[in-house]
Design a protein around this ligand. Structure first.
Ligand SMILES: *Cc1c(COP(=O)(O)O)cnc(C)c1O
Length: 455
């Protein structure tokens, strides 16, 4: 695995000193970590020189692809000019302010302000506090409870992991914290039973109404969801789901928070996921595609409804990070958004490569191991099944997804698996032949699974 002395040494150093996120370190160190050495376009290369098509855009984030000099140069210029200054004491920097304006220009008429963070997790902590501060300022200090969804993902800080609905995360660190509640996810394939997709979408949305009844409307601050659940398995909700969620939030007077960390910045063929689903959230955390991962930066979009109170009634909002709106990260993000605008990548996903990807992705539904192939824009979830007719699932879903993922990896394609769902989220710049390559390898992996797995 380690074919150069320098890099084999690096793997040993890594095993001795580096604790990886979301990893079983004992297992990883026994196996040896892969070292990614360079990348270009949609391809990454490891220490052996092996090339992989990155079907996942890093971690849902490298929207403009690898190797964009414009972003590197913007960061370099900004670092020479002014590497750091903060926004705490009545100051700002040019890229920070221009970035807020640029983001707002795409967010819709009701959404005009941004609070900057360094990550999606910090964005989650930020809106979580903001929502409570908002209600308190309005004299409704009892509205503190927040409703989220099973299997949602909102980051790894204490608030993020609490709001997320991952059991494996709640089990570590005594989570969720007080004041966080979860309702079901609109996962028709697993939970829909005999209901039609549309009936099931309404049923799951109405769990929100029931939960508000249970907690008391006077106690509920907000509901948060990803437009399409990402880490939970790219669960595309039925068409009936989002309109009903938006209706309930309005009728019950609770804030709607759309977690745009994956769906923002073109992934669904719209600037933000809420635009694809035609809803207007009150708060929206962003990160990932904001800088295409070239530097860490995130934030919260703040609607006029919330901003009017936060800016006029609260006084100091006692919250912020040393690097909120970091000028170098902001300069990189501005260069990234200039690429998305200049190359019309949002339109490309909506009208060109997205429909092409959809046709190819949907064709996988003909495979006998595939229960459903869902996608919107350039995000896809592929449900593996043990029996198409009855929607029966394999007894050990994690092993099934891992088998497909590992086959793909061996054959030069990076895919991610959540249980028995395969997830795709390639760069928005991916070409048609590259989509074909991705689908071809995935098909071969599914054939391999069919031929090697007893059902
Ligand atoms: C990745 C992610 C986050 C957390 O972002 P980090 O930058 O990893 O802290 C939050 N929400 C969603 C939907 C995500 O996918």
């Amino acid at each position: 695995m380690n074919d150069t002395p320098h890099l084999s040494n690096l793997a040993a150093i890594d095993a001795a000193h580096h604790i990886h996120p979301f990893s079983d370190m004992k297992e990883l160190n026994a196996k040896g970590t892969r070292i990614i050495t360079r990348a270009e376009g949609v391809y990454i290369y490891d220490q052996t020189g092996k090339k992989y098509l990155d079907g996942f855009a890093g971690l849902w984030c490298v929207n403009v692809g690898y190797g964009r000099r414009e972003i590197a140069e913007a960061a370099f210029r900004q670092m020479q000019e002014l590497p750091y200054y903060n926004a705490f004491f009545g100051t700002t920097t040019e890229p920070t302010t221009l970035l807020a304006q640029k983001i707002a220009s795409h967010a819709g008429p009701h959404m005009n302000r941004v609070f900057f963070t360094n990550s999606g997790s910090e964005a989650t902590d930020t809106w979580f506090r903001m929502a409570r501060v908002y209600w308190k300022a309005l004299g409704k200090g009892t509205k503190t409870q927040v409703i989220a969804r099973k299997n949602g993902y909102h980051g790894s800080t204490v608030a993020g992991a609490s709001l997320g609905g991952m059991k494996s995360m709640h089990e570590q660190g005594s989570l969720p914290i007080e004041g966080v509640h979860h309702i079901g996810q609109p996962y028709w394939y697993a939970d829909g039973g005999d209901l039609s997709r549309d009936e099931f979408g309404l049923k799951m949305a109405r769990e929100l109404n029931d939960k508000i009844d249970e907690l008391g409307e006077e106690n509920v601050a907000a509901f948060v969801a990803e437009p399409i659940q990402g880490a939970g398995g790219v669960i595309v909700p039925p068409d009936t789901y989002w309109p009903e969620i938006a209706r309930i939030c309005k009728a019950r007077n609770i804030l709607l928070v759309s977690d745009e960390v994956i769906c923002g910045f073109g992934r669904l063929g719209s600037w933000f996921g809420y635009q694809h689903f035609g809803v207007e959230p009150d708060l929206a955390p962003i990160a990932k595609g904001l800088s295409s991962g070239y530097l860490p930066i995130g934030g919260v979009l703040v609607s006029d409804r919330v901003a009017d109170v936060l800016l006029n009634e609260v006084g100091d909002f006692n919250h912020g990070f040393t690097y909120s709106g970091h000028p170098v990260a902001a300069a990189a993000a501005l260069a990234n958004l200039a690429i998305i605008e200049g190359e019309k990548l949002v339109e490309r996903v909506r009208d060109d490569i997205g429909p092409y990807f959809a046709a190819r992705w949907k064709s996988l539904e003909d495979h006998e191991m595939v229960g459903e192939a869902q996608c919107v824009g350039l995000i896809g979830g592929l449900q593996i099944t043990a029996d198409k007719a009855t929607r029966r699932r394999f007894e050990k879903p994690d092993a099934i997804g891992a088998a497909v993922r590992n086959y793909c990896l061996e054959h030069g394609l990076v895919m991610r698996a959540t249980g028995d769902r395969m997830l795709a989220s390639p760069a928005l710049t991916i070409s048609r032949p590259e989509v074909d390559e991705m689908i071809g390898t995935l098909e071969a992996a599914l054939d391999h699974l069919r031929d090697t797995t007893p059902r």
